[in-house]
Design a protein around this ligand. Structure first.
Ligand code: CP3
Length: 355
């Protein structure tokens, strides 16, 4: 059984009563923290940081030492899966992720194989166990993966920041090939997330950063369908505790009702949708995570506090809300503003959790 001292996040994801609204932040460990930059310099670069469980544990714990967050998130990257498939991930300084061998030829696509997490992603699984030890049941640990479609975008384009020309050409020209990649990715993500759960992840999140660039019909067929397949294959319990899952499609506010039918426990929202409206649309069938605009963290503490109150008031009374940003925290965020945000959520949310 779970002996978590603070299980507020887990209860909120399962829409059970809590005393206040739990909060964690996407990219809570990262470049806005000077101590992260120091550890990264010691590791040499970002990938060496991810691939060394001691360093990954150290940076996962850093934001928790500064802020009273209600969860830790595994420090890693979504692109570990295509790297383990042999595509050769690297980060060009200041340019984001790139692959040495993006998928170009049909034979390369046909020979993709599902990596064995205990072999090819051992460093992630080891990091999960080590982080659980370091956390000592203080707060839950969230594991994560990219969505099959978002991973496919990077695997086909070979880098980020593109117009999605190659992946969309394949989608309309050779949908059979894209479906093959997505099918392998969905199996890889399911196996990977289950291995994270077995190693100690207490909730899991699927990041679908690029599903929002698809048309309505294409989103359902090429992104949501595969996330639904993953959810059906995920372990729902481990050592007597429920392991809730969260799906997050950036720009996914259009598809909330469809996302509910994936059988997920929670939906992550970006900042473009009103969370109260989202709650009415999902009809309290799932929990909601979000959705402050990360740019609000550049404003004054009074503005941050007022904007936190707006999100809490819009969600309103009762369980099922996990406070977060609508996307990752910016590297230019002053750390003290993050503290203002976390404290504001804890203080201001209590009134929404009284009977
Ligand atoms: O939330 C957390 O604290 C956990 C860590 C985490 C990272 N990446 C660390 C990271 C998570 C959950 C991710 C997910 C991820 N990675 C996504 C999905 C979420 C999203 O942002 O939409 C995507 C698309 C990636 C791929 C990726 N990794 C990109 C596009 C970049 C460059 C972005 C940038 O800000 O420069 C990365 C690098 C990366 N991943 C960094 C961190 C802390 C910055 C690397 C550095 O230290 O230089």
């Amino acid at each position: 059984m779970t002996k978590l001292r603070n299980d507020t996040l887990i209860r909120a994801l399962l829409r059970q009563p809590t005393e206040y609204t739990p909060v964690w932040l996407m990219r809570q460990a990262g470049r806005y923290l000077p101590e992260y930059n120091q550890t990264r310099a010691r590791a040499g670069d970002f990938l060496s940081l991810c691939k060394n469980p001691d360093f990954a544990t150290e940076v996962t714990m850093q934001p928790l030492a500064r802020f009273p967050l209600d969860a830790a998130i595994l420090f890693s990257d979504i692109l570990t899966i295509p790297d383990a498939m042999g595509l050769g991930l690297y980060f060009a300084e200041g340019e984001g992720p790139r692959f040495e061998r993006p998928l170009r030829e049909e034979w390369e696509i046909r020979s993709l194989a599902v990596p064995d997490p205990d072999v090819h992603l051992r460093y992630v699984i080891d990091a999960v166990s080590q982080i659980r030890k370091a956390l000592n049941d203080q707060v839950p640990l969230i594991g994560f993966s990219g969505s099959p479609f978002t991973l496919a975008c990077y695997m086909i384009e070979g880098c980020g920041g593109t117009d999605f020309r190659q992946v969309k050409t394949m989608l309309y020209q050779r949908p059979d090939l894209l479906h093959h990649i997505l099918d392998v990715n969905a199996q890889a993500v399911t196996t990977y997330l289950n291995a994270q759960i077995e190693a100690g992840a207490q909730a899991v999140m699927i990041f679908d950063t690029w599903g929002g660039v698809l048309s309505h019909a294409a989103y359902l067929e090429f992104s949501l369908q595969y996330m639904t397949q993953i959810i059906a294959g995920l372990r729902r319990e481990h050592e007597g505790a429920r392991i809730p899952n969260i799906i997050f499609t950036k720009g996914g506010g259009l598809w909330l009702e469809k996302m509910v039918s994936s059988q997920c426990d929670a939906i992550g929202l970006d900042w473009t949708i009103d969370i109260g409206e989202a709650r009415r649309r999902v009809n309290d069938q799932v929990a909601l995570q979000g959705n402050l605009d990360p740019a609000i963290l550049f404003a004054s503490s009074d503005t941050i506090t007022a904007e936190v109150e707006k999100v809490l008031a819009s969600y309103s009374h009762g369980p099922g809300h996990v406070f977060n940003l609508g996307h990752g925290i910016s590297q230019f965020t002053p750390p003290e503003n993050t503290l203002t945000l976390v404290n504001a959520v804890h203080t201001l949310s209590r009134k929404y959790h009284t009977d």
